[in-house]
Write a protein that binds this ligand. Structure first.
Ligand code: ZN
Ligand code: ZN
Length: 135
């Protein structure tokens, strides 16, 4: 997690390509990347850095459920998403997730939460996606 504040000129360019939407969402109207001084920036990553003052870890996605939303309070990086979902799990009265999955993967590193707080093993999920279909 590197401290990072986007330069004011980059922020201005970013803001120029956003449009407010009902529900305090902020829609991105530009291309998938914002080019600034020869560097390509993902709009959602700028939104994240504007709010937190640091570089995001992993993918930055809107947690508000609106695809393409770049409202700084709505975007989260990978650790942020998992924190929110773990908290949701607690609120919903779900038990702590097991320390290891059925295949023995450490859930502190391999475990993820779905949007509703249900836990799953990312390593097992990835394995099931890459495994050849016909065995
Ligand atoms: Zn939003
Ligand atoms: Zn597993």
């Amino acid at each position: 997690m590197t401290a990072y504040t986007p330069p004011a000129t980059l922020e201005a360019r970013w803001r120029a390509r956003t449009v407010p939407a009902a529900g305090s969402h902020l829609l991105w109207t530009g291309c998938s990347y914002l080019r600034f001084r020869g560097v390509m920036y993902k709009p959602a990553r700028i939104a994240f850095a504007l709010r937190t003052g640091r570089e995001p870890v992993g993918y930055v996605l809107p947690e508000c459920g609106l695809h393409g939303c770049v409202a700084p309070p709505h975007v989260e990086d990978q650790p942020g998403r998992q924190r929110i979902r773990a908290a949701l799990r607690a609120v919903n009265g779900m038990a702590d997730r097991p320390a290891v999955c059925g295949h023995g993967h450490d859930q502190a590193t391999d475990g993820r939460f779905m949007t509703d707080g249900r836990a799953y093993c990312n390593t097992c999920l990835t394995a099931s996606r890459t495994r050849p279909v016909a065995a």
